[in-house]
Ligand binder design. Structure first.
Ligand code: NAP
Length: 247
């Protein structure tokens, strides 16, 4: 994959899947602006690792659910590099709980970060991409958005929403040379899944045909594919990277 000279904006790059995406895009030659919610130490580590790969990587503290923060994030990319070629909407949170006891605030927080955040970033970056008449948007959904999951009505709704956002934006933007695709990870080994109780992990493992958790790099490879030249004629698609879990 050769992304030399391209500029990528990645949300949630301070750890987990987002960090792996930053590193994979950096390895392919893209300069980066990536955001994080509060973990500045993690963000500095990502930036340092990207720099060692020979590209520029600028961390920005930004709440993706805040339109002013998102505006500042995109301005940082434009001021530094003059264009936005790739947007990866990766930032996400969970606030799990059963339907009948889920607080409205936990529902709203997850929708705000996972879905509204992706909408705000897509809207902001699409303005620039339309002027450029090219762009690649990759939204991180989830196997839970495809299949649902007990204890995650908020998260499942947000990730199913990301798929609707992806397909609708893909239809709107296709004639401008902009592709919009989604990657739906399965059960990936990050902080997000590390908090699951052992019983839940064992049950989840049993539902994965591949018989193992995925690694963040395996999601990053799919993202880099959608960002690269070989995916120019692919838009509005959802690629499950889940060891067969969603079959
Ligand atoms: P993670 O390890 O918990 O990392 C989440 C990242 O998002 C961090 O960089 C965090 O920043 C950032 N973030 C959270 N809220 C934010 C906000 N409001 N504004 C900006 N950044 C914010 O999560 P992950 O496991 O890597 O997951 C990454 C994406 O993949 C998420 O969208 C998740 O839903 C999706 N996914 C994950 C799995 C899985 O099994 N892990 C499966 C399917 C889908 P800080 O470090 O500053 O907090």
């Amino acid at each position: 994959m050769n992304l030399t000279g391209k500029t990528a904006v990645v949300t949630g790059g301070s750890r987990g899947i987002g960090r792996s995406i930053c590193l994979e895009l950096a390895r392919s030659g893209a300069n980066l602006v990536f955001c994080y919610a509060g973990n500045s130490a993690g963000a500095e580590e990502t930036a340092a690792e990207c720099s060692r790969l020979g590209v520029q990587a600028l961390p920005v503290q930004c709440n993706v659910a805040d339109p002013e923060d998102v505006k500042a994030l995109m301005e940082t990319a434009l001021n530094a590099f003059g264009r936005i070629d790739i947007l990866v909407n990766n930032a996400g949170i969970t606030r799990d709980g059963l339907l009948l006891t889920m607080k409205e605030s936990d529902f709203t927080a997850v929708l705000d970060t996972n879905l509204k955040g992706a909408f705000l970033c897509l809207k902001a970056a699409a303005r620039t991409m339309m002027k450029q008449r090219c762009g690649r948007v990759i939204n991180i959904s989830s196997v839970v958005g495809l299949r649902g999951n007990a204890g995650q009505v908020n998260y499942a709704a947000s990730k199913a929403g990301v798929i609707g956002l992806t397909k609708s934006a893909a239809k709107e933007l296709a004639t401008r040379g902009i592709t919009v695709n989604a990657v739906a990870p399965g059960f990936i080994d990050t902080d997000m899944t590390a908090v699951l109780p052992e019983s839940a992990r064992t049950a989840l493992l049993g539902s994965i045909p591949a018989g193992r958790l995925g690694q963040p790099e395996e999601i990053a490879h799919a993202v880099a594919f959608f960002a690269g030249d070989h995916a120019a004629y692919i838009t509005g698609q959802v690629l499950a990277v889940d060891g067969g879990m969603s079959m």
